[in-house]
Structures are given as C-alpha cells and as structure tokens.
Design a protein around this ligand. Sequence first.
Ligand code: GTB
Length: 217
Amino acid sequence: MTPTITAFEQSPDRGQGLARDMRVRWALEEANQPYNVRLVSFKAMKEPAHRALHPFGQIPTYEEGELVLFESGAIVFHIAQRNTNLLPDDANARARAITWMFAALNTVEPPILDLQTAKFMEGDKPWTEERLVLIKDRIRHRLGDLSVRLGDAEWLDGTFSAGDLVMVHALLRLKPSGMLNEYPNLAAYVARAEARPAYKRAFAAQLAVFTGNPSNR
Ligand code: GTB
C-alpha cells in the first residue's frame, strides 16, 4: 500500500528542505518506497480532521492503510525497520543505528531548535542577544563531541543508516548560521549526505511544492 504523508502547503522555509517532512521524504526515497503527499495549510493543521492524525496539529503525518503515525523520528524508524538501506540486519549494528537516531533527536537537535526559536520567534526580546550566546555555546559543545566521534569516518557507524539521515537533517538547520563550517568533518559529512541521490530526489520534491513545479510530487 502506498503511504501518504503530509507536508506544509506553504513552508516557511521557502523550499530549503528544513521542515520535518523532508526527513520522511528522504527516508522513503532511500527505501525506494513510492509515496503520496497531502499538503496542508496552517489552518487545516489545527482542524479536527488533521488533529485526528496528529494530536499536536503539526506535520508530518504518515498514513498507510489503517496505520497513522506522527513524529518524524517515529515515521523514519517505521520506514527504516523494513529496509536494510536504512537499518542494518545485524542486531548490534541495528541497535547502534537506532541509538544515533535518538541521539540526533534528543541530544543534538534540541539546542539547534532553541537557536531557531530564539532567532525567529523571540528575536525581539531584550534578552535575545545574551540567550543566543548561551545557545550557540551549547550547540558548539554538541558539535565538538560529534565531530570527535565522527573523526574521518564517512558515516556515524559503518554504512549510511537512518541514524545518519536524522542527524544530518538536524544539522542542516545550522547551515545558514555558518556554525557547521567550524567543524570541517561535520560540514563534509552533511555534504556527503546531501549528495545522495535519495536526498536529492526528496529535496527536489519538497522544493517543487514551493515553486509550484507540477512535474514533481
Ligand atoms: N517533533 C515533531 C516531529 O519531529 O515530527 C515536530 C513537528 C513539527 O515541529 N512540525 C512543524 C509544524 O507542523 C513543521 S517542521 N509546525 C506548525 C505548527 O506547529 O503549527 C518545523 C519547521 C518549521 C519551519 C521551518 N523553517 O521555516 O525553516 C523549519 C522547521
């Protein structure tokens, strides 16, 4: 059964691939799984029909027959569970790849989200400048540790996995800040992931929503 995901009708990122449907699209592309996309407006997201799919009135969601999922990490995990391109067969390698997914979502992404919130939603507050310094310190702390662990490896644990996918998507939000470039191996890691054909297909598909190019999903 072809799954259907939801995405912003008008993404505030103007097609930069930073909204969380991008990681789901990317996982589906890595898994060579065709999918449908239903675009939702900010208004529709808060209405009962969408809240029945997503209790917090957000995107992305994932529908496959009777199964309805929300939370991008859970959706990527669901897709990855059935696909060796995203999670290795070996039980220990699989557990480690899942660990990296959690690390991306719970340890690396939160301070990156704080930076976006402080800049774009609380940027007019009198304490913004001081807060930004603290948040950037926390991000650098995480990036430094991640950079040491990655070293000169291609991916976080052997072959590319859902752990890399979620980690890279979290890191991508830092691109505009230039902070990634302070860690050349992390910048190269992200660039390597962006060069993957599946990433490119997913990126083009979400960009097409912004540009209105009907040749793409
Ligand atoms: N933890 C959830 C998940 O991982 O799925 C978080 C889902 C979430 O935050 N969804 C956002 C949303 O629906 C879209 S991605 N927001 C609407 C709302 O809450 O009313 C967050 C996002 C928004 C904008 C940009 N951007 O402009 O760069 C990037 C990411």
